[in-house]
Design a protein around this ligand. Structure first.
Ligand SMILES: Nc1ncnc2c1ncn2[C@@H]1O[C@H](COP(=O)(O)OP(=O)(O)OP(=O)(O)O)[C@@H](O)[C@H]1O
Length: 927
């Protein structure tokens, strides 16, 4: 039993031991699993913490990145907004009052430029609420061509806004482009008193307390008129019309300031309310803008509202909820100063057009096929006024008393034409019938080698030389004939058609300016009439200028057609039609341009630019004269002028030049530019200066020793007597062939000039080949010149009172010509018969007498009445025409009024009528 019990105990123990062992094993396993779990949990916790940290870092990085991008984008956009704001409210529209100045003082705005926005304050914008991104932008309001303004809130602040927008609107437009009307029944205009000076220029009007209805009615009518007559259904608004068409705005803006207290506003009659609504709806397109305080303008999109809040800031419907920090209103003295300046500016009129304003963008781009169109100045609105010369209105008459600016006007017109039409399109001829050297600036001068490339010919200082003007008119008549023949060949009638048919031909339009050219002579009248009548079809245009009514009367009397274009300078008489008094009232440097022969309805007032003609004051020193470069002795008789126009000239001083180094005038600067553009091979124009005394050219002076007597002698050498007064430059010559009468008498008491004629003749003969010269001086006054000539001739025999017999004794026949130069033969009566015999039979033996007598009576005394025939040619200096009748083949003497340095030359074998010549200066240096 005990064993059983023991065994049982042992078995129980055994089982217990096993169970304990098992439990221990399970416990150990559980503990180990728990440890593992705890480790894992730890790991997870750690991973979680790491993850959290990383996520936080990533989030922070992303936030930083976003913020950075936001800020840079905000900065960029802010920059754009600032730029846009600056552009929308440039200059006077946005500048602070400290530096504010009206835009027209700084060169702008352009005529007809569109209006922008106006600054009234600033808006502060802080996108992220940290002060770091805070930006300040101008708060801008639309007004001109943009909106009506309805302002509400504290009164003084609202009035400040009104002053601000008014001044900015006025300052960004040209004076006169904005008219202001103020209805201020409480203060009777006192609210905007600083703008008062505008009233002096009609730019500000006040409406009395009972005038609102009439004001609104008037505005409605004005809007109707603009819609009907100005916009005429073609344009939606004045802004669109101004943008689409060149020139100034056709209608000014009207700013209507209505300062109404709310009580009055509430009692506004229905009719006025209705008119107000009409204006609100339709006014902006017609330039009518309401700026109101105390009135409700309704909900039209054309209304911008500004409300001033109690804290002094404002909000605007055009900006949104952003509060506007209002600018201080403009100081009253600045407003008043501006208004005074604007008034003065308006009274002064538009700025003077400068010569450069008349120039096109590019030189020489126009074709003259159908006419010549060019501006000559600016109209009252500042726009350039153009004048046209064409086949229908071909010619122009310019008139104005002395000093009124005729020359200046011609220069301005020429500048405008010459800048547009190149030398292939335009040929200019200038004749100055005054003594003022008017056109001297167009030709080369000392230190100024340039000339007007379109200029073919200029006649300067022609008071004493109407013959040159006549020669030019004849030349133009020839050109007309030449063109008419070409037109006939091609079967066309107008220049435009000729140019189409003959594209390679040179057919520029010709503009001939005749400044005070005297039309007295019948031939001048006939030539002018011919040019005026037939010129237009051939592209020849005349511009006549006159300083007294006689010029216009002449036109009327002569019946010259085609002068519909009239340009009347201040106080011009007879240029415009009777009863058209415009020229009497225009100010200095203005002109009335009239394209309808002066009838009052066609008047246009033009302000002319200064072409700088004041530099054209006459100079004292004469310049050299035209020279032909042909060798002497090779000209056909009667036509000493080979070579086409334009002639050429030795550059030399000409009257009227600015001294070298002087400031270039506007004209001169333009001419220099044109000259640099001249075509290759362009030759200077032919010019003739009536004040200049030509020197005997070197080509007509003997070069050295007497030519060998075996050298060839021309059959009829030509004695050069003086410069011809003709279009092609060149000397007048006397052919001395072996024919009876080939002798020369120089007549007149101007000893120096007579000696010059004989000296030029002798020297030029000496330059042409071997010849013998005998100088017989019997007059003491001529002794010095004769001695000098004898010394200059290669070989000459000298005779005086004591030795003159030898002259006749030594007349031996020779193969070379023998020229006898006589000074005062009348003083040797003892030799009259021998002299008469010499004159009679000398020329056939190649002995020619060239001699000076003080008068025709002396000549007659010396030669006897019948002996006059033996003198086939004469040069008369100060001998009146009738006295020359014994030497003249027609009845009565030639028409000749003597004048200094001019002589009448007649060679009966060549001339039908004598010609005027200018005796050369042979010895200019005192000896
Ligand atoms: N538009 C202008 N602006 C400024 N100055 C001008 C203008 N027109 C003319 N002048 C000046 O007035 C003066 C007279 O002008 P201009 O010589 O052209 O007149 P004119 O009528 O031809 O005179 P004259 O009868 O003496 O020949 C000159 O000093 C000229 O510079």
């Amino acid at each position: 039993m005990g064993n059983h019990r023991n065994a049982l105990v042992a078995a129980v123990r055994q089982e217990l031991a096993e169970a304990r062992g098992t439990a221990r094993a399970v416990l150990a396993a559980a503990e180990s699993a728990r440890g593992e779990s705890q480790r894992r949990r730890q790991l997870v916790r750690e991973a979680y913490a790491t993850c959290l940290t990383q996520l936080a870092e990533a989030r922070d990085a992303a936030r930083r990145d976003i913020l950075g991008r936001f800020r840079s984008e905000a900065r960029r956009l802010t920059g754009i907004v600032e730029l846009a704001a600056t552009l929308c409210a440039a200059g006077a529209a946005g500048a602070p009052w400290r530096t504010w100045t009206p835009t027209w003082n700084t060169g702008g705005p352009d005529r007809g430029a569109s209006a922008g926005l106006l600054r009234i304050g600033t808006i502060a914008y802080d996108p992220d609420g940290t002060d770091r991104t805070r930006v300040t932008l101008p708060a801008l309001l639309p007004l001109l061509d943009g909106a009506h303004l309805e302002l509400g809130g504290e009164q003084s602040a609202v009035d400040g806004i009104i002053s601000t927008v008014l001044l900015r609107a006025l300052g960004t437009t040209r004076p006169g482009e904005v008219h202001v009307t103020v209805f201020d029944p409480e203060q009777l205009g006192g609210t905007l008193a600083a703008f008062g000076p505008l009233g002096n220029a009609g730019l500000l009007s006040l409406v009395g307390p009972g005038g609102l209805g009439a004001l609104l009615d008037g505005l409605v009518e004005h809007i109707c008129r603009v819609n009907e007559t100005v916009l005429a259904g073609e344009y939606g608004s004045l802004a669109a019309l101004t943008a689409a068409t060149p020139g100034p705005r056709p209608e000014p803006w009207r700013l209507i300031v209505l300062l109404v207290d709310p009580a009055t506003a509430a009692e506004l009659p229905a009719s006025q309310r209705a008119q107000l609504d009409r204006i609100v709806r339709t006014g902006v397109g017609c330039g009518v803008h309401l700026v109101v305080r105390g009135l409700d303008l309704g909900t039209q999109p054309t209304v911008a509202r500004v409300g001033v809040r109690d804290d002094g800031t404002a909000v605007s419907s055009s900006i949104g909820d952003l509060p506007i920090r209002l600018d201080a209103p403009p100081p009253a003295e600045r407003i008043a100063g501006f208004c005074r300046a604007a008034t003065e500016h308006l009274h002064a009129g538009p700025p003077t057009a400068r010569l450069s304003d008349l120039e096109p963008e590019k030189l020489w781009t126009e074709s003259s096929a159908y006419g010549l169109l060019a501006p000559i100045g600016a109209g009252p609105d500042g726009a350039l006024v153009e004048v046209l010369l064409d086949d229908h209105r071909p010619h122009a008459l310019i008139g104005g008393p002395p000093g009124s600016g005729r020359t200046n006007l011609v220069y301005a017109w020429l500048a405008s034409l010459a800048a547009r039409y190149g030398p292939d399109e335009l040929a200019v001829y200038l004749l100055d019938g005054t003594d003022s050297g008017s056109f001297a600036q167009c030709v080369p001068g000392p230190g100024e080698p340039d000339w007007l490339p379109q200029l073919h010919l200029a006649g300067i200082n022609l008071t004493g030389d109407p013959e040159f003007g006549l020669a030019v008119l004849r030349h133009l008549g020839e050109e007309l004939r030449h063109r008419a023949q070409a037109a006939k060949r091609y079967g066309v009638a107008t220049l435009a058609e000729l140019r189409t048919e003959d594209p390679g031909g040179q057919w520029p339009r010709i503009v001939a300016v005749l400044d005070e050219f005297p039309p007295e002579a019948a031939e001048v009248v006939a030539l002018l009439a011919d040019l005026a009548r037939r010129g237009p079809a051939q592209g020849v245009h005349l511009i006549l200028t006159t300083q007294d009514p006689a010029g216009a009367e002449f036109l009327r009397d002569a019946g010259l057609p085609g002068f519909q274009l009239r340009l009347a300078l201040p106080k011009a008489e007879g240029i415009l039609a009777d009863g058209n008094l415009a020229a009497a009232v225009i100010p200095r440097f203005h002109a009335v341009v009239n394209t309808d022969a002066g009838s009052a309805s066609a008047n246009r007032i033009v302000r002319l630019p200064d072409a700088g003609t004041q530099l054209a004051a006459p100079r004292a020193d004469p310049g050299p004269q035209p020279v032909l470069p042909e060798s002497p002795g090779h000209l056909p008789p009667g036509d000493p002028t080979p070579g086409p126009l334009p002639g050429y000239q030795t550059p030399g001083p000409v009257h009227g030049y600015p001294a070298p180094g002087s400031t270039r005038s506007a004209w001169r600067a333009l001419q220099h530019r044109l000259w640099r553009e001249r075509p290759d091979g362009a030759v200077p124009p032919r010019w003739f200066d009536g004040h200049a005394v030509p020197r005997l050219p070197e080509a007509y002076r003997p070069a050295g020793q007497a030519p060998d007597s075996t050298a060839r002698v021309g059959c009829s050498p030509g004695a050069v007597l003086g410069e011809r007064v003709d279009v092609p430059p060149g000397p007048a010559r006397l052919r001395l062939g072996r024919m009876p009468g080939r002798n020369l008498a120089v007549l007149g008491s101007r000893t120096a000039e007579a000696c010059d004629v004989l000296a030029a003749a002798a020297l030029s003969l000496a330059a042409q080949g071997p010849a013998r010269f005998s100088v017989a001086c019997l007059h003491p006054a001529a002794e010095r010149a004769a001695t000098r000539l004898a010394g200059e001739l290669p070989q000459a025999d000298w005779y005086d009172h004591d030795t003159v017999a030898g002259l006749f004794d030594n007349l031996v026949a020779a193969d070379i010509p023998h020229y006898v130069l006589g000074y005062g033969f009348g003083a040797a009566p003892a030799y009259r018969d021998r002299l008469r015999a010499l004159l009679a039979d000398g020329p056939e033996r190649r002995v020619h007498v060239l001699a000076w007598w003080r008068s025709v009576a002396r000549l007659r005394e010396t030669l006897g009445g019948a002996g006059l025939d033996r003198v086939g040619a004469w040069v008369a200096l100060d001998v009146p025409g009738p006295e020359l009748s014994p030497l003249f083949p027609h009845t009565g003497g030639p028409a000749w009024s003597p004048r200094p340095r001019r002589a009448l030359f007649f060679d009966r074998s060549v001339h039908r009528f004598p010609e005027v010549i200018i005796p050369y200066e042979v010895h200019s240096d005192p000896t």
